[in-house]
Design a protein around this ligand. Structure first.
Ligand code: ARG
Length: 398
């Protein structure tokens, strides 16, 4: 039996390699996805081999992550519970797809991951895996093994000569990729305790951000970001660039209590610098170019799209159907939005588009020279008021 293990190089997945090998008497192949977490994955690969994996694949998924997951979610305006830009929820299906591709090439009949039985990530990995191989066997060591704590894992690692860094336990559970960094656990488990300032990795404290604002122009084609300040950039480079600009100005922090799919509330803190700019700028260009009812329809579906993404149903008939609608209403969303970045805020200061629906001749407070006949409004309002007047009259008779 061959098991492909999603390997991070950390304590849990290192113990998992040894534990799986013993328990299932299997060949273990490692899998590391690069979604922009900024770690030395070549070192991680070597560590997997030292820990007992027969081989280990490192897959660079940065470009596809942004192109096929982040940008579609921006077009959809997908934000979970009003605050969370879904950085982890979008990366998991991407990693699952890459992993299942390697599993097929390797002839692995089982996959394993290091997610606990309490979170959303287990659901996202496993639903994604089933989509690509309905008969894959999935092993989640955290749901099976006898270890209950980090110290038990460390003791096991010591007994089995598993290389573990001498570093103290990280104070938070951190998940990092090109879209965001998330923090959970540790002192954050008290939802009333402010995160310590030194926790944040990629955004300046807004109070200490530069006194000089920075303007940035983001261009979109059919709802997809294509350039920054007029310079065309590929998906990963574009998001990286915006991450730096927004991070310097302290933009994109969110401290939230959210509802996990399994039914519990959990406190998370997020840094989504570039993603915050993208959502703002996209809406600014859409405000000029998207038909009112198309936008209203998309906006009612954004919550649905965000929820199913959060719950791990990225690869599903419903997300694919929603994506078609989202992409269809994004056809005209081509143009440029300008933002001013300043001490934690990103303010839209202008927007333009070749196919703008904004008509100055119609909207003007000045003489519109017949572009709009104000007398039409009287009948428009009377007919819209017909049922209200009917109801008011009927109520009077009560
Ligand atoms: N709560 C967020 C989510 O469910 C972030 C999860 C981060 N994952 C992690 N293993 N630390 O999308």
């Amino acid at each position: 039996m061959k098991i492909l293990v999603a390997y991070s190089g950390g304590l849990d997945t290192s113990v998992a390699i040894v534990w799986l090998k013993e328990k299932y008497n299997a060949d273990i192949v490692g899998f590391c996805s690069d979604v922009g977490q900024g770690e030395d994955l070549e070192a991680t690969r070597r560590k997997a081999l030292k820990t007992g994996a027969v081989s280990c694949h490192v897959l660079d998924q940065r470009e596809e992550f942004v192109r096929d997951f982040v940008f579609p979610a921006v077009r959809a305006g997908a934000v979970y519970e009003g605050e969370y830009y879904l950085g982890t929820a979008l990366a998991r299906p991407c990693i699952a797809r890459g992993m299942m591709d390697v599993a097929a090439r390797e002839g692995a009949t089982a996959i394993a991951h290091g997610s606990t039985g309490k979170g959303n990530d287990q659901v996202r990995f496993e639903l994604g895996a089933y989509w690509f191989n309905p008969s894959i066997k999935i092993i989640a060591p955290w749901r099976e093994w006898e270890f209950k704590s980090r110290s038990e894992l460390i003791a096991f690692a010591a007994a089995k000569n598993i290389p573990v860094e001498a570093t103290a336990a990280r104070p938070y559970s951190i998940d990092r990729n090109l879209l965001h960094t998330s923090y959970e656990g540790g002192i954050l488990e008290d939802p009333d305790a402010e995160p310590p300032p030194e926790m944040f990795q990629r955004t300046a404290d807004p109070r200490k951000a530069p006194d000089q604002p920075r303007e940035v122009a983001i261009s979109f084609e059919k709802g997809t970001p294509v350039a920054v300040d007029g310079n065309p950039l590929g998906p990963a480079a574009l998001l990286s660039e915006l991450n730096i600009l927004a991070g310097e100005h302290g933009i994109g922090r969110a401290d939230v209590v959210e509802d996990r799919f399994v039914g519990m509330k959990s406190r998370g803190v997020y840094e989504t610098p570039g993603g915050t700019l993208l959502h703002k700028a996209h809406r600014a260009v859409a405000s000029l170019t998207m038909d009112r009812e198309a936008m209203r329809l998309r906006d009612t579906l954004s919550v649905e799209y965000a929820t199913l993404t959060y719950r791990g149903f990225w690869f599903s008939p419903e997300r694919e159907a929603l994506q078609k609608l989202v992409d269809s209403v994004n056809e005209p969303v081509t143009g440029v939005a300008r933002l001013r970045l300043y001490k934690g805020s990103a303010a839209v200061i202008g927007r333009r588009a070749p196919r703008s629906l904004y008509r100055n001749d119609i909207v003007t407070f000045e003489d519109d020279r017949g572009a709009y006949d104000q007398r039409d409004a009287g009948g428009f309002i009377r007919l819209n008021g017909l049922r209200l007047r009917t109801t008011a009259l009927a109520n009077k008779g009560r």
